[in-house]
Design a binder for this molecule. Structure first.
Ligand code: 9YW
Length: 448
């Protein structure tokens, strides 16, 4: 069907719109992930939101980091949700009950009991850079934040390195698909198939379907039962990470998480060196980065060269290709030829160069793949925030042309001004929630 033609916005209008979205979703101490669908703070969303806020207002960006770290657990974990007082989301605090059941969870604010990809060091880097660029009070605020947040982010990286490396190789594992940030990616299908919800799964009512009219854009009910069953297991384990890693039904070495982890270890180490931090902690970060970088490189499929996840429970590689296959480009570690080949795949006819794409933004699943579903969440749509992360990391890694191409094509995609959560790769139509904070935030960073 022909798509309605929306006006395309130029850079000034687009940046204003993005700032307006962040302002509209701001409760004062927290920019919620989206206005209605997600009225709380999500961990990795918050990091990207800080990247955008840093361009607008260093003080506000620093405050966002403080709010997020206010929910950090005593053992170092940054939880995937810090809850606001809003009630419109399931599973909320009354389902998680982390303060009651989890020994390390804070009494307040309410948080979930799992984590998300550790992009937070990138946000700190951005806030510090913005502060230094502006000097004066902005710089003082940013340096004070660096002083305060660095040990907390170090504790977070240490938690991942020590609690989430079940194979001892540097491949960081997730215990729930939500931890990956890519909830229903086909990457997780085989691991989820082995998750059998018990008959004693307490009943629940989804709320996500109230906000998104088209159920075809959301995970199915069967998928949701498994998501909730894993949470039930964690509740029963008192949110003890050793017990969950030992006995939970889902344990996958996540190659994208591992690459983000390695990248953040390096970024945090650099920030540490600049601010005279203890050499011992900086050296640990460098070690963890090197181990995970090597682990990510070692996951590559010998035929396609794409990086793969490893299902620890099943003891096997997960062959399903997805955007996570490009993870080595986030953290480095490939020989020049292998890197060039992976970049060529990314720009080739199965991925950003696919002839049917409306724009060359990164799709989450290749349109050539049998599992490609163009409207379904992490099964095909383009998520601007994923393109931003690849573009930022690739530029850092010296792949400037590819990084610039992803930026330009994604800006073309979002120039409809809806700041959607994700987009239909074949038509460019906005999908999911509109006015999604992290989409607006990364657009701001790109335009400033
Ligand atoms: C959920 C907030 C979150 C993101 C996740 C994305 C989605 C929904 O929205 O999760 O119910 O947790 O998959 O990556 O952080 O934007």
């Amino acid at each position: 069907a022909p798509q309605p033609q929306r006006p395309r916005l130029g850079a000034v209008a687009l940046a204003s719109g993005a700032a307006w979205v962040l302002a509209g979703n701001d409760t004062g101490s927290m920019v919620t992930a989206s206005p209605r669908l997600y009225p709380h703070m999500w961990s990795w969303d918050a990091a990207f939101i800080m990247v955008g806020l840093a361009q607008l207002d260093v003080h506000r960006a620093a405050r966002e980091m403080e709010t997020l770290l206010g929910g950090q657990w005593a053992d170092g974990m940054i939880p995937h949700i810090v809850f606001s007082d809003e009630t419109g989301y399931f599973p909320g605090p009354e389902r998680w009950e982390t303060a009651l059941l989890g020994e390390h969870a804070p009494a307040a604010p309410h948080t979930s009991g799992i984590c998300q990809p550790p992009v937070h060091a990138v946000a700190l880097r951005k806030i510090v850079d913005a502060g230094r660029r502006r000097s004066g009070a902005d710089q003082r605020r940013a340096e004070a934040l660096l002083e305060w947040a660095w040990p907390r982010l170090f504790a977070w990286q240490r938690w991942l390195a020590t609690r989430r490396d079940p194979l001892g190789t540097g491949l960081i594992a997730v215990t729930h698909g939500w931890e990956s940030g890519m909830d229903n990616s086909p990457r997780w299908d085989s691991a989820y198939a082995a998750v059998r919800p018990g008959p004693d799964l307490p009943p629940y009512t989804r709320k996500d379907l109230d906000e998104v009219g088209d159920e075809g854009e959301r995970p199915s009910d069967a998928e949701y039962d498994r998501y909730l069953w894993l949470i039930e297991e964690m509740r029963r384990a008192g949110y003890r990470s050793d017990e969950i890693v030992r006995s939970g039904s889902f344990l996958v070495g996540d190659v994208f998480m591992s690459a983000v982890f390695a990248l953040s270890c390096d970024v945090l180490a650099e920030l540490g060196e600049e601010s005279g931090r203890s050499g011992e902690q900086v050296a640990l970060l460098r070690d963890w980065a090197a181990r995970s970088r090597a682990a990510v490189a070692a996951t590559r499929d010998p035929v396609t060269g794409l990086a793969r996840d490893f299902d620890v429970r099943a003891g096997e590689w997960i062959a399903t290709p997805s955007v996570a296959g490009f993870s080595p480009l986030l953290c480095g570690g490939l020989e020049p030829d292998a890197r060039a080949a992976l970049v060529a795949t990314l720009e080739g006819p199965d991925w950003t160069g696919h002839p049917d794409l409306a724009t060359g933004s990164l799709p989450t699943v290749s349109p050539s793949s049998p599992g490609f579903l163009p409207k379904q969440y992490w099964r095909g749509p383009q998520w601007p925030v994923i393109s931003w992360l690849f573009s930022w990391a690739m530029r850092r890694g010296g792949m400037d042309d590819t990084a610039a191409g992803i930026r330009a094509e994604t800006l073309r995609l979002v120039s409809d001004g809806t700041f959607a959560e994700y987009y239909h790769p074949l038509t460019g139509a906005p999908l999911g929630s509109l006015s999604q904070s992290w989409t607006a935030a990364v657009v701001l960073d790109w335009l400033y």
